[in-house]
Design a binder for this molecule. Structure first.
Ligand SMILES: [Zn+2]
Length: 178
């Protein structure tokens, strides 16, 4: 793993994921660090509360970082996110011209790597990605979340299509048909 990758920041991202957990949201946290190692944006998944697919942790962190900088260009910045970003967020990260993405656990169902989308010419292509940092913690939190939801019997979250990460599927070993 690259030297620039910091466990400290991923721990911070995990604490943001815990905040999502407390609000009955799929626990995913993200933060953005500038080239000087200053945190300029934080976010945690808020899709259910906001009733919006735009409320992914990464997009919230990007909005905050852009406001902090008063610029949409986040050159030299690194985003730490507990779970592999989806293709929407990964594209937003590229468009924001960030230097690197550090994520914890893979998202077998919705991770951007699944899509391998052909990026247009305006997208930053040399973005570096690192994975696996605190993956067990990030994954464990998501598993714990879905376990809790099942116990509560709240169909709002436990609907089969609701586990956007795919982690819970892998955990339970159940097969689902699309
Ligand atoms: Zn996303």
């Amino acid at each position: 793993m690259n030297q620039a990758v910091s466990s400290h920041f991923m721990k911070e991202a995990l604490s943001l994921a815990h905040m999502a957990f407390e609000q009955d949201e799929v626990p995913i946290g993200a933060l953005i660090v500038d080239a000087n190692g200053v945190i300029i944006g934080r976010g945690f998944n808020h899709v259910e509360t906001s009733k919006s697919q735009l409320a992914h942790a990464e997009l919230i962190a990007i909005a905050q970082a852009s406001a902090t900088r008063n610029d949409w260009r986040l050159e030299g910045c690194t985003i730490y996110v507990t779970i592999e970003p989806c293709s929407m967020c990964f594209s937003a990260i590229q468009l924001s011209r960030m230097a690197a993405v550090v994520y914890g656990a893979h998202s077998p169902r919705f991770g951007y790597q699944l899509d391998k989308i052909a990026m247009g010419g305006v997208y930053k292509k040399d973005i570096k990605t690192y994975s696996g940092l605190f993956a067990d913690e990030a994954q464990g939190l998501v598993k714990q979340f879905f376990k809790k939801q099942r116990k509560l019997g709240e169909c709002k979250i436990t609907g089969l299509e609701k586990d956007q990460t795919g982690i819970d599927d892998a955990a339970s070993g159940t097969r689902r048909t699309a």
